[in-house]
Design a protein around this ligand. Sequence first.
Ligand code: SF4
Length: 241
Amino acid sequence: MVYIAASLDWITMAENKRNYQKELEKILDEVEKSGKKPKLLLHACCGPCSSYCLEYLTHYFDITIYYYNPNIDPKEEFEYRVSELKRLIKEMPLENKVELIVEHYDHNEFKSHTKGLEDEPERGKRCTMCYALRLSRTAEYAAEHHYDFFTTTLSISPYKDADRLVQIGEALSKKCGVRYLTSDFKKRNGYKRSIELSTQYNLYRQDFCGCHFSKEENDKRRADVLKKLQKDGKVTVGEIK
Ligand code: SF4
């Protein structure tokens, strides 16, 4: 993994002063005017997040989905998300054929890159390292295989920080020479549309990001909500599953 910066302190938590959706639309406009379909390597974490991005982008790009997610734990979860993604690509009527590359799974890669950040909350520094790990490998693959652009579906989630993703993507782009497709896919109602498409294709929608820390956080959030509902008499112990 050659592109990961030794320190990611340069990632600022700056306010989003750029309009990533407008920037994306400008690129799409350029692509349309060129009359060509550039090759896009689209890093993806699951079927639901991919659904909207594929619907939106296949008109403009020749897309390969790159599934590199060593953060996902356990392996069965990783495999189930892949199988749902494969099913989506098969069932969704897309303008052109979408390829899928499933990278090797080694959860130790995630553990070693996030060592010491285990207690960080979701959206904290552990997530920055996790984004960088996944985008770094994507950039590397894009350069090795002569893609015109790379990007990720991750920004579609309301829990994901588009600023950080763009900063990492653009820094990697300078190193690898492949253009980063600037985006914040939650804009233009992207997240809402991904929920609609997930319902339409009956996709598995996981309730945690991927690592076991996010699973624990989610379980705790859910338990707190249930406890409160129970306390308020809105739910009884027998109804809690
Ligand atoms: S919460 Fe998600 S983005 Fe953050 S470290 Fe875990 S898997 Fe990665």
